[in-house]
Write a protein that binds this ligand. Structure first.
Ligand code: ADP
Ligand code: ZN
Length: 235
């Protein structure tokens, strides 16, 4: 089964796809992860060029991204299927993908801006570079446009101290409402034409509100894929 996941920054799409992939026996493919690996390991002029693009927050040119994606999905581990996270980002990429492989469904995570801003502003991450501890102090329980948002906090046991390693927690300096609004605007601008493109195809959409903790969102997505007869049973 081949899937694409769309969702604004802070919607948790990376987490959901990471958890869904093993349940479906498919691989998660994130072009952002691939590029970060290249920046870390490739010391050639190509790696340097990618590093420059990423540090400016720009998109890598389509011909490069398409080639990288094509190579990745032809690897043996992707034969049973994949879930694409962060690709396609442009119409050119969407068209390239259409000519390369069949997509069975599109998962589209929906979240109102105010929820995303509140959740992202409430992130607290561990200051120890060797630790991946991350927490969230927002406690959301309200209804917006008829959708009930019940998103409990993920608090450390001790205030502003990492449970895993005891280091201090801090707030990333790009997790502020201003920066988040800017990131959401860029996402909107980049992704809406791609989503509009897919709406005109007959690929089914699975629209899911980000209104519950990740476990429940993952279950909802699997339920919807079952309804589409894409999976017989979810484990
Ligand atoms: P973000 O931090 O914007 O959510 P990702 O983690 O998905 O981004 O990707 C990090 C960076 O990798 C992007 O800013 C962009 O430079 C590059 N990148 C990732 N996916 C693509 C893509 N599909 N097309 C072009 N560039 C991409
Ligand atoms: Zn820690």
């Amino acid at each position: 089964m081949n899937l694409i996941i769309f969702g604004p920054p802070g919607s948790g799409k990376g987490t959901y796809s990471q958890r869904i992939a093993p349940k479906l026996g498919i691989v998660k493919i994130s072009t952002g992860d691939i590029y970060r690996e290249i920046v870390k390991n490739d010391k050639t002029s190509f790696g340097k060029m990618i590093a420059d693009i990423l540090s400016r927050g720009e998109l890598v040119p389509d011909d490069i991204t398409n080639k990288i994606l094509e190579e990745r999905i032809s690897q043996p581990d992707a034969k049973k299927g994949f879930i694409l996270d962060g690709y396609p980002r442009t119409l050119n990429q969407a068209k390239f993908l259409e000519g390369t492989t069949k997509i069975d469904a599109i998962i589209n995570i929906i979240a109102p801006e105010e929820i995303l801003i509140e959740k992202i502003s409430a992130r607290r991450v561990c200051s120890n570079p060797k630790c991946d501890g991350n927490y969230n102090i927002a406690d959301i329980n309200r209804t917006i446009d008829g959708v009930e948002y019940l998103l409990p906090p993920l608090l450390p046991k001790k205030d502003m101290i990492c449970d895993k390693c005891g280091s201090k927690l801090y707030q990333r300096n790009d997790d502020t409402p201003e920066v988040i609004k800017e990131r959401l605007k860029i996402y909107e601008k980049q992704t809406s034409p791609v989503i509009e493109y897919y709406k005109k195809t007959n690929i089914p959409f699975v629209n899911v509100h980000m209104n519950r903790p990740p476990n429940e969102i993952v279950e909802k997505i699997l339920e919807e894929l079952k309804k589409l007869n894409l999976i017989k049973h979810a484990s």
